[in-house]
Ligand binder design. Structure first.
Ligand SMILES: CC(C)(COP(=O)(O)OP(=O)(O)OC[C@H]1O[C@@H](n2cnc3c(N)ncnc32)[C@H](O)[C@@H]1OP(=O)(O)O)[C@@H](O)C(=O)NCCC(=O)NCCS
Length: 152
């Protein structure tokens, strides 16, 4: 096999590995554990912060900041950040939804880069809806609590 052939084979293997889907996690395997956060990461006034655990292993963090003004005046804004190895298993979807439900807010916004497909899909599966006619550079989505305390 010449050098070029072996390079192509290696590339094909990498592509193959990168398209393998990880198994989905069970809802009961994911825990949100309250933490303090820091000023910009859920620890500011009216903010909330949770460590995300997949069974006993820390998988990332989710936090909600209270934003006085920015894209919309006075709103709760959520961010989910998973460790690289914890992505693509459905943990993000669970974290978005559960943090909103655990929070004191009836409405939570998510600002998502338009190219961040994983984030958009996870937020949509968690019940976020895009704000129609929003013309900002990023996608603006909103989650609303219903009267029974569940998502609309
Ligand atoms: C964004 C993030 C929270 C999503 O969490 P996650 O657990 O990886 O997401 P999920 O597994 O619940 O769902 C992602 C879905 O998007 C799909 N997806 C990801 N990238 C995609 C792409 N480029 N095109 C199409 N679908 C894509 C995945 O295949 C998955 O769908 P599937 O379950 O049908 O396979 C996580 O990836 C992360 O922490 N990213 C870095 C930080 C970040 O961008 N945070 C968002 C700020 S709000």
């Amino acid at each position: 096999m010449n050098e070029m052939q072996s390079g192509q084979e290696e590339f094909a293997t990498i592509r193959h590995i990168s398209t393998i889907k990880k198994p989905r996690v069970f809802e009961s395997d994911v825990r949100l554990v309250k933490g303090k956060g820091t000023k910009k990461f859920g620890g500011g006034p009216k903010g909330c912060y949770w460590h995300i655990y997949l069974r006993e292993k820390r998988a990332g963090r989710v936090f909600i900041n209270w934003v006085e003004k920015n894209i919309v005046p006075q709103h709760a804004s959520i961010t989910v950040e998973l460790n690289v190895q914890s992505r693509g298993q459905g943990i993000g979807t669970i974290a978005f939804r559960r943090a909103c439900e655990l929070s004191q807010y009836n409405e939570v916004y998510a600002t998502i880069r338009k190219g961040n497909i994983a984030s958009r899909i996870a937020a949509e599966r968690a019940g976020f809806k895009p704000i129609e006619n929003w013309e900002g550079r990023e996608l603006l989505m909103i989650w609303k609590r219903n009267r029974e305390g569940k998502i609309k």
